[in-house]
Design a protein around this ligand. Sequence first.
Ligand code: ADP
Ligand code: ADP
Length: 232
Amino acid sequence: TDVIRLEAVTKQYDETGPAALSGVGLAVGAHEAVAVMGPSGSGKSTLLNLIAGLDRASSGDVTVAGVRLNGLSETALARFRRQHIGMVFQFFNLLDDLTVLDNVLMPARLGGMSLRTARTRSAELLDYLGIGRHADAYPARLSGGERQRVAIARALMNRPPLLLADEPTGAVDSATGRHITDLLAELNRDGQALLLVTHDERLAQECTGRIVRIVDGRIVGEEATTGRAAAA
Ligand code: ADP
Ligand code: ADP
């Protein structure tokens, strides 16, 4: 089964302008990792936003984790995101006035998880990601790499079938970027489906099995990565 299935998806932000996406078809398997690469302005963020249910396609079908997103209400889309999507961003998007633990807990609490279960799971995730000792710190005290780990822990709290990442190594130095790459690769080996938007060729090669190339809102090609082929 596929965790993402797009058919003939078009996105037009305004009626007169050019389409941000045109006739995009894409299928991503339940445990697959796929990178989306392309020049700035080619439609990568638009694609991610449609898959996350943060924005709506102008036409075509978007089905994610078995949920057809076309026509869902805002409330239903919000519930879909909580249950099925984890998101990681270039600039982490952490809340500076909450501790690391509370940043990680919050989405699960909003989703109705009990405080006790949420505390246990977030502590486990922080340990797994190697930042357990920072649970009571505030994000401002952490390095970029540590902050991105907190963001990844938060994204994984609800055990989403799909993790979406938008330039997750875009704002950290290259050594830190390698750690994040290793971490995402490990998550995928454990079965986590990933869709990564990135300019980072190494990230794409090492933690995904397939690169989809997009130019001017159209998928222009795709290829298997060499990293995976070598590892397999
Ligand atoms: P990328 O992520 O590859 O840089 P985007 O998806 O951000 O590309 O943008 C694709 C195209 O859609 C660009 O021409 C961009 O200017 C346009 N676009 C993106 N977001 C909006 C928006 N909210 N309103 C109008 N146009 C937008
Ligand atoms: P997109 O491909 O979606 O347009 P980019 O990653 O190219 O997004 O970046 C969007 C904007 O943020 C660009 O103006 C870019 O120069 C800027 N930007 C990208 N990475 C960084 C960074 N590490 N620090 C500061 N600005 C950045």
